[in-house]
Design a protein around this ligand. Sequence first.
Ligand SMILES: CC(C)(COP(=O)(O)OP(=O)(O)OC[C@H]1O[C@@H](n2cnc3c(N)ncnc32)[C@H](O)[C@@H]1OP(=O)(O)O)[C@@H](O)C(=O)NCCC(=O)NCCS
Length: 395
Amino acid sequence: MQIRQVSAAERADTFFPISTYAFMPSPWEAGAQEKYAQRMRFFETATSLIAEEDGQALAGAAALAMRQNVRGVVQDMAGVFSVVSHPDARRRGYVRQLMTRLLRQTREQGSTVSALYPFRPSFYERFGFVGVPRHRRATFEPEGLKHLLKAELPGEVRRVHMTEGFDDYTALTLRLLGERHGFAVYDEVRAGEFRETPAPWVAIARAGGEVVGAVTYRVDGYGGELVAGDLLATGSLGRALLLQFLARHVDQVAKIVVQIGTDEVPELWGTDFVVTTEGRVDHPRRGGPMVRLLAIEALNGLHTPAELGVTVEVTGDELLAGRYRISGEAGTLAVEESKDEPAATLTCAGLSALAYGVLDPVEVVVRGFGQVDGAAVEALGALFPKQMPYLFANF
Ligand SMILES: CC(C)(COP(=O)(O)OP(=O)(O)OC[C@H]1O[C@@H](n2cnc3c(N)ncnc32)[C@H](O)[C@@H]1OP(=O)(O)O)[C@@H](O)C(=O)NCCC(=O)NCCS
């Protein structure tokens, strides 16, 4: 077996048969491979690795060139996808070797963090990944928001096809990339496909000449459902404008379903508001995303309220292993190699959980991601206060 990097064009002959078999209904229809080949121009900037034997691709793993905000710092992110092996080649360790090389290579290419949607989190935990929240879905009847119908809000919402709204929508996601912890976006090459594909509606909210919110959606029928994507807003006004727009579908649709982050509390959107907020995770189809640091330097510059330092040792990970002093000063973190005795020993998943704000030091220990001395519990908790990330991109 040898591992080889393939170009986007080669993915049609190498990835298509194994990925389509794994992820799509099969046997697939005639012409599916040609359609796949046509889409591959949107994957030109992805890193695609295959494990092949006698010229046949038996397994693959790939990463999209993305960016992500981690506690205020926008980092290059390897968005891992197309992790797959041929049924005859499973349990031979090929995917393990591919993942190890993919993470190393994307780090060499400059990515400091990585994210993926797992078929089963325990598989990726062994590669240093830790879970972060999956989006929630709020389901409600538009009547519940009727108080908004008459509200005078300083702004307006326009509905367009994504083909027309793509630039505004993309600009808003880039603004949120800079402002929102965990938020991840594609590069221009990959994102290009969403301008061209049969486009959903996108409602774009503007106030004072600025885009302050956007939501993609489709209506599945008169009296049916309005199914929306992520409710993206720069603040309360953007959200209120979008909710007002959704409320106008009263008497047209019976239900509205919208995706939200864990910091949204839909029951507070209105008085007497009947809503179900669901965070559903199951495997293999609806995994909560997972993340990891690929380079210790990813910690430099992260926002922190603490003014103190702690020495930690990271073990069991080829990319992060070492002893480091992590200090908070004037609002940001700095990390440097250290020879001091460590006050905590962490796995990559443990340090990543702290950096992304999803677990506190006690939970890191409880989950088996390391050992933390008594005093370091408080210090690490102060350096890395809990802060739930919102990944947004779904790849
Ligand atoms: C998931 C999949 C890629 C694993 O491929 P594989 O070729 O069996 O992986 P490997 O042989 O390299 O396994 C690596 C390790 O994970 C373990 N492993 C494999 N599948 C596992 C599973 N379903 N659950 C837990 N561990 C698993 C292996 O035992 C092996 O352990 P080891 O390192 O101690 O030997 C393959 O089963 C597949 O293609 N499934 C369908 C597509 C899919 O779900 N892809 C993942 C999308 S996120």
